[in-house]
Design a binder for this molecule. Sequence first.
Ligand code: BES
Ligand code: MN
Ligand code: MN
Length: 465
Amino acid sequence: MSNTAKINEYILSNKQRFLDELINLLKIPSISADSKYNKETYQTAEEVKKRLVEAGADNVEICETKGHPVVYGEKIIDVNLPTVLIYGHYDVQPPDPLDLWTSPPFEPVIKKTENHPEGAIFARGACDDKGQMYMHVKAFEVMMKTNTLSCNVKFMIEGEEEIGSENLETYIKENKEKLKADVIVISDTGIIANDIPSITVGLRGLSYMEVEVTGPNRDLHSGLYGGAVGNPINILCEMIAKLKDDKNKITIPGFYDKVEIISQEERAEMAKAPFSLEAYKKSIGLTDIDGEEGYTTNERNSIRPTLDVNGIWGGYTGEGAKTVLPSKAYAKISMRLVPHQDSDEISDLFTEYFKSIAPSSVSVKVTPHHGGTPYVTPIDFSGYLAAKNAMEATFGKAPIPVRSGGSIPIVALFEQVLGLKSVLMGFGLDSDAIHSPNEHYGVFNYFKGIETIPLFFEQFAKLQK
Ligand code: BES
Ligand code: MN
Ligand code: MN
């Protein structure tokens, strides 16, 4: 029997258990952002550790950090073979708004959807990233049990991706020797569709800012003072409106200076990826789209930088009406960055400009949150080629390279600190609602991943020779 046949037979006969184990993992609310869930987040790390041990990994440990721990494990079968480092995260986004979930976020159920006629598991973290991370644990089990493991493997599963991976940065700096490998493989991105495989070759960077605009020293009666005193909320809105012009270009001086210019040929190549604007609009309930002039929708959300308000608050938002002129207004503003923009530099440019456009009737405080460097992978290195060959075999068509709009800030640091390139072999769909209510992950996608990963190992070992 061929290796592939052995592997597929093992997967088939363990299908239900593979699903049940993921469902159990999804029941634990590992919300890294919310300290109320610290115990559950730790418990999730312990569950991952237990599963790695069961699958046959050695030296499995929970590595404490200043925040949520990293789970490490490895299987070194032969020091002369190449080593694949698997990265993933066991933490999840907060599930709110809860009332928009059709079933509770931590009570996983399988339901059919338009894009997932075979069913999808609905739960927070199903796709991002527990479901995708766990494919690697199961693929490893499959390779161990069928005696087909062809590379050494190391696992590094963290618990702080959704809050910026700041402690993981320290961890990788302190563990360079232990993390030595030839390539990093990450399943935390997506494919175009279940019949249109793709591999992510770019991630955007990030600068995330919080702003506070202060006017009068206390909330005022909006009748007695209104019209004579600058209203911080009105002023904040005007300032935000000034951050983009009528062509949707960001107005911060110097913002575009370092933006990578992509050639017409490369843009034409990218435009070949199948895309329906009508289906796109329909999927998010829009009658029209909006964005930077001169670029297509796919360019706007991949090769171009952005600026978006993520939240805005201040004044009275409770029931009924309260006539108040607020003392303060706040907003959280994110900028997605592209090569070769620098997150710290962009944060500084933002701060300087934002302060410069404030009228003298208010004072402004700007606080940067976490950032991240953009990342692009070449499509001619062994890691990419191994993923391409593996996916071509399991999907029956060659995957298309695409740049994604999302961010995984640690990936650029993997290259800087460990000198390792990452292969972004994800299996999610944009419609899987990550970070939104009703997040789900296709049963098809879960098993497609488990089937593809062993082929990646086989191909990578071959190409490294
Ligand atoms: N897995 C996502 C990123 C992603 C999803 C990239 C789909 C490409 C395609 C990751 O968990 C994530 O949500 N990242 C955050 C950044 C982080 C600093 C909070 C993001 O992109 O907002
Ligand atoms: Mn993720
Ligand atoms: Mn995420």
